[in-house]
Design a protein around this ligand. Structure first.
Ligand code: ATP
Ligand code: MG
Length: 428
């Protein structure tokens, strides 16, 4: 029996990869426009990094991480998200010394042992950004607007939900109010929530059970318990979003699944993917650098977009959003002599920048024309024995079916120049 991929791990096949590249190129372009540079961090990290940042009593750390002992007995984890690794690297390499405000992005696979379903995999891909060194609310709005712009340029419609989770000054009072509320509902919430209402009460609001969620509509809201600093920060974030004309709704029960968030949190949601409604999410994490052993007072904010969900949405919402891959020229050489002649010509054309295909075996004209169609070739150069004798090949425009003769005499560079000119002349 043949071996199959692991459950929740998916191949991205050649006919799907175009849309992935389109999403990635769109995001990279926008990241660069906003002054971000790429950072690439390892997939494996010490388990402790995630326990210390994401938080012990979270779904990710409690039940979703791919953790194992390596051959030295060290506890290693395949990263479930990017922020912890990027911050580890930022601290380890003293990046703040090089530039007081760092704008970083990274793109790559993440790993969580979840129940696989549409838009939820065990290996999935995120495009994520982090800004370190600035706590101004205008930055929160700028970052959210950048996420919004990515979706807009991809042609996707989503809605934006925002919230503020306060800070270590105002959260304890809110926690107390929430704990008191939860104590009165003990019998009506799931076991996880009962346990967490003691260990990590905010976490319960993130419970996926609709039964629990019904209980929490009456819960106290954190935005009613913010200290002056957090309340000002939140209202300035909202005002800055207004300036950028990014529409939002405030969702006071959005707490996000990671413990490190402070102040602004947000989600970009869609109603087109069932329960997997978030295509992107993030927030501010002003204490996280210090928590990971870095500088005190090093504010940070970031978000991540889930690429699988973007692919699903793009396929649903605008199937033609992604440019088709085509071939500029198919060189159809017939028989051994013509193929030997065409082989270096094709290499030369590729060096000149054209997308060129040929049949290396010199098969029949019929078979090669089929290949040219399959490759969506815009032009075909037909080079058979007859053409060799005449010293002229036929260049066919595959759309208009017009044909022209091109001379074969002279150095290959001359023929190459004619072909490059013919192919690029008609490019839109
Ligand atoms: P969800 O509520 O859907 O579990 P999350 O809060 O766990 O999402 P984050 O950790 O904030 O998600 O990750 C940011 C984004 O990464 C999500 O908005 C989503 O688009 C994507 N994502 C998260 N987990 C998965 C997964 N298992 N498969 C595919 N995409 C995912
Ligand atoms: Mg999750």
């Amino acid at each position: 029996m043949s071996i199959q991929a692991l459950k929740g791990f998916k191949d991205i096949l050649p006919d799907e990869v175009g849309i992935w590249q389109h999403i990635e190129a769109t995001a990279r372009d926008i990241f660069h426009r906003f002054g971000f540079t790429e950072i690439r961090v390892p997939i494996l990290e010490k388990t402790e990094l995630f326990a210390r940042s994401i938080g012990e009593a979270t779904d990710i750390v409690e039940k979703e991480m791919y953790s194992f002992s390596d051959r030295n007995g060290d506890s290693i984890t395949m990263r479930p998200e990017g922020t912890a690794s990027v911050l580890r690297s930022f601290i380890e390499h003293g990046l703040q010394a090089k530039l007081p405000v760092q704008r970083l992005y990274t793109i790559g696979p993440m790993f969580r042992h979840e129940r696989p379903q549409k838009g939820r995999l065990r290996q999935f891909h995120q495009m994520s950004v982090e800004v370190l060194g600035l706590d101004h609310p205008r930055l929160d709005a700028e970052l959210i607007a950048m996420g919004w712009l990515i979706l807009e340029e991809l042609g996707l419609t989503t809605t934006l939900q925002i919230n503020s989770l306060g800070c270590p000054a105002c959260r304890p009072a809110y926690k107390e109010a929430l704990v008191a509320f939860l104590a009165g509902r003990k019998e009506h919430i799931c076991e996880d929530c009962q346990r967490r209402s003691l260990s990590n009460p905010l976490r319960v609001l993130d419970c996926k059970s609709s039964h629990c969620q019904e209980q929490y509509v009456a819960a106290p809201a954190i935005i009613d318990h913010l200290c002056q600093g957090c309340a000002d920060h939140f209202s300035q974030t909202k005002a800055s979003l207004d300036l950028l004309a990014v529409p939002y709704t405030v969702n006071p029960f959005m707490v996000r699944g990671l413990d490190y968030y402070t102040r602004t949190t947000f989600e970009l949601v869609t109603d087109a993917l069932g329960a997997q409604s978030a295509v992107g999410a993030g927030g501010r994490y002003d204490g996280l650098v210090e928590q990971l052993g870095g500088a005190k007072n090093m504010p940070g904010i970031g978000f991540a977009m889930g690429m699988e969900r973007l692919v699903l949405l793009l396929n649903q919402q605008n199937a033609d959003g992604c440019p088709e891959t085509t071939t500029d020229l198919f060189v159809a050489a017939l028989g051994e002599e013509a193929t030997v002649r065409a082989f270096p010509l094709v290499h030369l054309l590729r060096r000149k920048g054209l997308q060129v295909a040929m049949d290396l075996e010199g098969k029949s004209l019929k078979s090669q024309m089929k290949q040219a169609d399959r490759a969506k070739a815009r032009f075909a150069l037909i080079l058979g024995e007859e053409e060799l004798t005449k010293g002229e090949a036929v260049l066919r425009d595959m759309t208009s079916k017009e044909q022209q003769q091109v001379p074969l005499a002279g150095p290959p560079e001359a023929l190459c120049a004619i072909l490059v000119a013919a192919v690029t002349r008609t490019e839109q």
